[in-house]
Design a protein around this ligand. Structure first.
Ligand code: S3P
Length: 444
């Protein structure tokens, strides 16, 4: 099979105007991990069947937990908070998933033998000190490789609850501490910058463990009382807004199109992209809003817009749109005027250095773009911006979002694109190309 796809034409009229996207990745991974700690059979419907979630399933199976997966549902036969039975020198491979590596590590703090966590080339470059630091504070016995994978766990002696301040605004870091706290007797107290709150909502509304959450001005305060066993549960995973965002931006930047995206998780800690695009004049609407186990679910309505406004984005919006900035940069190319974004250092800590890649892709497209201080970026946009160039995207560490944003750029703005690693999107959104073809997109 060839190792690239070619896009030489914009998407024509949509063949349909209503789609859904696959299950939310954050919730799918959290389901697999949390259910493995419950006492009995938990069931998920609409679990995302992607490589990252598969890695989660494989790691949990290796820890001695039975999992049945078919097209309809995923059943996890949890054995309680202390039920893992790893073989000595077990190797767990988190593949490409930072969420999995970091959250899985927190489940190993009370392990009784030597276990190693590793990952692929991209994951091995990512910072693990943000979780090994608090986990060591709990008393976990961990050896890492200068803050990177692989990390090794050994039997730890006395685990104790911690008081910790999380200053990155990272949901992975916050969630790792929260999951570890489940296994430790006593009260863990966490002060953290706001980030996606799926773990809090699942603790409160799904597994019902003792948790207190207080929101104050800049920080959230979370208190967890550990060592309380919990019952198995059922969970129906809603669509992933991060996957929906590729279709939102495709529609917004194309001509004379509209689209409904059904049953998407519109948790406000994830809808930064909608707020930001609406500030740019996108007019995106949520319809049929409802609630499910604390999460907000709804349909999204979006139509193409000819005139969009540039933006000077306040960094307080960054964390709720953290996975969508490449798409937001693309929209900024079509906004009249200069758009400015700041404090985006965390983007360079993702599957690839996404801030650097955002600048690189825009430059390849012929857009004026400048890096500014404090990990910021300025983009000079034009409402009539259209592409004529030939662009090749390669060597991006198979970052799924770089692949998908390049496809959306080609289908909405034109030009001739050769995009390498056509399997990379399968970590988060295996049906991405199929869903585009169903709408009318053509690839070679
Ligand atoms: C995730 C949190 C985010 C996000 C990632 C998934 C999660 O990372 O980028 O794709 O499921 O908690 P950070 O929390 O590290 O910013």
């Amino acid at each position: 099979m060839k190792n690239f796809i070619l896009i030489n034409q914009k998407i024509n009229n949509y063949k349909k105007n209503s789609i859904n996207v696959e299950g939310d990745k954050s919730l799918s991974i959290r389901f697999v991990l949390l259910s493995s700690l419950s006492n009995g059979k938990s069931t998920a419907l609409n679990l995302l069947k992607s490589e990252d979630v598969n890695s989660a399933i494989n790691c949990i199976k290796k820890l001695g937990i039975k999992i049945n997966l078919n097209n309809k549902k995923c059943e996890v036969f949890g054995k309680g908070l202390y039920g893992f039975k790893p073989k000595n020198n077990l190797v767990l491979n988190a593949g490409n998933s930072g969420t999995l590596a970091r959250l899985l590590a927190s489940l190993l703090i009370n392990i009784v033998c030597r276990v190693k966590i590793t990952g692929d080339q991209s994951l091995k470059k990512r910072d693990m000190s943000r979780i090994t630091k608090p986990l060591k504070k709990f008393g976990a016995s961990i050896k890492d490789n200068k803050g990177k994978l692989p990390i090794y766990f050994n039997k730890s002696k006395n685990l104790k609850p911690i008081v910790y301040t999380e200053n990155l605004g990272s949901a992975q870091c916050k969630s790792a501490i929260m999951l570890a706290a489940l296994k430790v007797k006593g009260k863990t107290k966490l002060k953290c910058l706001p980030s996606r709150n799926h773990t809090e909502l699942m603790f409160k509304n799904v597994i019902n463990v003792p948790i207190k959450i207080k929101k104050q001005k800049r920080y959230d305060f979370i208190e967890i009382n550990g060592c309380k066993e919990f019952k198995p549960f059922k969970y129906k995973i809603p669509g992933d807004i991060s996957s929906a965002s590729f279709f939102i931006v495709l529609t917004l930047l194309s001509q004379n199109k509209y689209l409904y995206i059904r049953d998407v998780n519109i948790n406000p800690s994830r809808t930064g992209i909608i707020k930001i695009l609406n500030m740019m004049g996108a007019g995106i609407k949520f319809l049929n809003n409802r609630e499910y186990k604390g999460e907000k679910i709804g349909d999204i309505y979006i139509k193409s817009r000819k005139s969009l406004k540039s933006i000077n984005l306040k960094p307080k919006f960054n964390s709720s749109a953290i996975d969508e900035f490449l798409l937001i940069f693309l929209v900024a190319c079509r906004c009249n005027g200069i758009s400015t974004f700041r404090n985006l250092g965390e983007l360079n800590k993702k599957e690839s250095k996404r801030l650097d890649w955002g600048i690189k892709i825009l430059k390849l497209m012929g857009v004026k773009v400048k890096r500014i201080k404090n990990n910021g970026i300025k983009i000079w946009g034009k409402s009539n911006f259209d592409l004529k160039r030939k662009i090749t995207i390669k060597n991006f560490l198979k970052d799924h979002r770089i692949f998908m944003v390049s496809v959306v750029a080609g289908l909405s703005m034109g030009g001739s694109w050769k995009i390498h690693n056509p399997d990379s999107f399968k970590t988060s959104f295996p049906l991405f190309l199929k869903k585009l073809e169903d709408l009318g997109a053509k690839f070679r």
